[in-house]
Ligand binder design. Sequence first.
Ligand code: ZN
Length: 231
Amino acid sequence: MRVVCPFETLDPRTEAALRRYAPQTEFVPVGGDAEAYYWLLLRLWADGDGFVLVEHDIEIGPDTLPALSACPQAWCGFVYSCGQLGYQAAFGCTWFGKELLLRFPEVVRESGEIDDGLPRRYWQRADSRIGQLLHRRGIRLHHHYPPVRHWNRAKAGRDGMHWSTTRYLGPHLEGTTMQYRFIGESAEYFPDLGLNCEPGAAVELDKDPKHPRLERVKDAPKAKAESKESD
Ligand SMILES: [Zn+2]
């Protein structure tokens, strides 16, 4: 399994876990160039082999990569704490299957042309731009649990092993969300939503799932559009 760790500052816990569980990991420096992450993804996509991205501050466990490897889905991600946004899966620990790369070879290049107010090919938008394009093609990120640890001081969870909020990657890209509460008594996976829910999970979705165990809470405010630089 190809594993790639792009980094500017590599957390020692990230590195230690990768050296232990995935000694084949390619550590790729992307610091100092706001487009380097984009160009890396473009290259990985063009190589056409499935790959796992493990970002510089994510600590995988012994079961993380085997779970991704065993999963039949084409696009999978472990959730991790994202501060006030709760537990999400973006590109921190994410599997891009070979069939995804071959079926949508244009996606990364197209993402580099998106004008959303931040510079094209800007590293911090790689996940949301590529996610948006895949979402439009009907591809949903398959969420994996339990969360992997995210060693980001601003976004650390309570202890990295519990979650009260799950949020599907798509909605904040689409701009509108509705909030639901999972009222099942044991964990449940919703394949059509690409969503795992633990009891009590709060979920934000972009359309009504019409499922009896996903109870509507309230309309979430529209996601704030990031203001463009005005001239
Ligand atoms: Zn999966």
